[in-house]
Design a binder for this molecule. Structure first.
Ligand code: AMP
Length: 185
């Protein structure tokens, strides 16, 4: 399934990601994209590959999830010549917001968007660095859909397929694009 070009792209991106074991807690393999962002070639490659299917697709906005989704999402929005919308942790946005609460391993968290950040019917792409259980991204999809946006795709550099997040997003009717996968947590 992997052709030469894709294989090279995936291995180049994989090599640019640093793994920190047992961070932020024992048993977690933290996939640190700061090394990818600091590598000019890998950063451009990741942005180009995430954008590629959506060039010319009439995307109005890229929505990025705080905080790493802002970095990738801003670059993707620039590439697509469209707007950028931040999806933030509770209490950070100054204007009127819509919010959604979602479950974490322990307890819940809330994310917010400005109520006028997207208009009804606008085509939006959702961006974050990594999808694990999909809890964060599915809450973001629901928030965007609640404002009437058409979520055309959810894009991530990294998929942790064992945690089932991409499947969860596809079950919401939203296509998922990921560039590389790591086994486990
Ligand atoms: P989830 O809601 O479980 O899909 O978690 C996704 C969010 O948590 C993303 O914003 C990721 O940046 C972060 N995250 C979850 N697991 C990891 C991991 N192993 N390495 C780096 N970031 C992670």
């Amino acid at each position: 399934m992997i052709d030469g070009k894709t294989g090279t792209m995936a291995s180049e991106l994989r090599a640019a990601i640093r793994t920190i074991s047992d961070y932020p807690k024992p048993g977690i393999e933290f996939r640190d994209i700061s090394t990818l962002l600091g590598n000019p070639r890998a950063f451009r490659r990741a942005v180009d590959e995430l954008v590629q299917p959506y060039a010319g697709a009439g995307i109005a906005k890229v929505a990025g999830i705080e905080a790493r989704g802002f970095i990738l999402g801003g670059a993707i929005a620039h590439q697509l010549s469209c707007g950028f919308v931040p999806i933030r942790k509770k209490g950070k946005l100054p204007h009127t917001t819509v919010s959604i609460s979602y479950s974490l391993e322990y307890g819940t968290d809330t994310m917010e968007m400005h109520v006028d950040a997207v208009s009804k019917g606008e085509k939006v792409i959702l961006v974050d660095d990594l999808i694990a259980t999909g809890g964060t991204a599915s809450a973001a999809v629901k928030l965007l859909q609640q404002l009437g946006a058409e979520v055309v795709a959810a894009c991530f550099v990294i998929d942790l397929p064992d945690l089932g997040g991409a499947k969860k997003i596809r079950a919401l009717g939203v296509p998922v694009r990921t560039l590389i996968a790591f086994e486990g947590h």
